[in-house]
Ligand binder design. Structure first.
Ligand SMILES: NC(=O)c1ccc[n+]([C@@H]2O[C@H](COP(=O)([O-])OP(=O)(O)OC[C@H]3O[C@@H](n4cnc5c(N)ncnc54)[C@H](OP(=O)(O)O)[C@@H]3O)[C@@H](O)[C@H]2O)c1
Length: 243
């Protein structure tokens, strides 16, 4: 069994790779900028879990780069069992300063990248009558709260919409599910100030941000046979939020 996780050089994507590798899956690690981290992760999983790891550079907002890694993956493995659409960017700026270019950039990576990978790989999975697609959206795609992240929130809401059409088109051979994490302890939040973190934490019933491994556990479950009847679902994982 094998899995491609986009944006898996660090953060949540890295935890997802580790979870699959730990369970014996061959892994395809994708990076855009963080080559060193991706190569270190490959070495780590190969020596600790005795699985095969392929590292592929791809900016998922570029269709030609997507085509090139798909060719590489199918040449190397002959098939793909699981695609996890994880890569994303979050450009936080003042609502009033955000430009059309910023908005388009976020959509191109987070939404269009997810669409292109899912369409191209989903078609191959459907043909093979085997496959699984898991998208990483966000609670921001369900309840938008901060105007600074208007582009990010729209991209994450768009992924929820994509999920329904993809699940519909690829049925009954490919299960397609989306998870919506709340706050997770990764680099994405490293610049938040303490006061804001405390305020957000106070709204979470479990009184803390998630660790990436806790989200990776859900992704792994969704891709496994234990989740064989879970399809076209949008699953919130946020520790419970006080309303
Ligand atoms: N952290 C949170 O609180 C939180 C909450 C809800 C949902 N999420 C979602 O969880 C997922 C992972 O987030 P994270 O917190 O791990 O983010 P992160 O720490 O900022 O890492 C982002 C990852 O995406 C990759 N990436 C960015 N642009 C890319 C591109 N154009 N092509 C390919 N890869 C690209 C980066 O790769 P390089 O470094 O190689 O460029 C990196 O591996 C995202 O979908 C995010 O929206 C996160």
């Amino acid at each position: 069994m094998n899995v491609l996780v986009t944006g898996s050089s660090r953060g949540l994507g890295k935890s997802i790779i580790l979870e699959y590798a730990k369970n014996g899956y061959d892994v395809i690690i994708n990076y855009n900028n963080s080559e060193k981290e991706a190569l270190e992760l490959k070495d780590y999983v190969e020596s600790n879990y005795k699985v095969k790891a392929l590292v592929v550079k791809c900016d998922i907002s570029k269709e030609s780069e997507i085509d090139s890694i798909i060719n590489k993956i199918y040449k190397e493995f002959g098939h793909l069992d699981i695609l996890v659409n994880n890569a994303s960017i979050a450009l936080d700026q003042d609502f009033e300063l955000k430009t059309k270019e910023d908005f388009m950039k976020t959509l191109e990576v987070n939404l269009v990248g997810t669409y292109l990978l899912s369409k191209k790989i989903g078609l191959k999975m459907k043909e093979a009558k085997n496959g699984n697609i898991i998208n990483i959206s966000s609670t921001n795609g369900l309840d938008t709260t901060y105007p600074e992240s208007i582009d990010y929130d729209a991209s994450k809401a768009g992924i929820i919409s994509l999920n329904h059409n993809l699940a519909n088109y690829f049925a009954p051979y490919v299960r397609v599910n989306t998870i919506c994490p709340g706050w997770v302890n990764t680099d994405m939040n490293k610049d938040l100030d303490k006061e804001f973190i405390d305020e957000e934490t106070s709204k979470i019933l479990l009184n803390r941000f998630a660790e990436p491994e806790e989200i990776a556990n859900l992704v792994y479950f969704l891709g496994s046979d234990k989740a064989s009847y879970i399809n076209d679902s949008i699953i919130r994982i946020d520790g419970g939020v006080r309303r």
